[in-house]
Design a protein around this ligand. Structure first.
Ligand SMILES: [Zn+2]
Length: 52
């Protein structure tokens, strides 16, 4: 399940260590339209949004 960091609202995978505190979200925000919109390296193993 994706997690939205409470600090900068960036989206991470559950278990990512790049944020201190966050809120689990059931789906990615509408603003995220491609894997490139997910900046953190915790998404790097995914080639496209369809794989998440
Ligand atoms: Zn991350």
């Amino acid at each position: 399940m994706p997690v939205m960091a409470s600090g900068d609202f960036s989206i991470h995978r559950e278990g990512c260590e790049e944020f201190d505190d966050g809120m689990p979200i059931s789906s990615l925000p509408d603003e995220v339209t491609s894997i490139d919109d997910l900046d953190c390296t915790c998404w790097s193993e995914f080639a496209s949004l369809e794989e998440i």
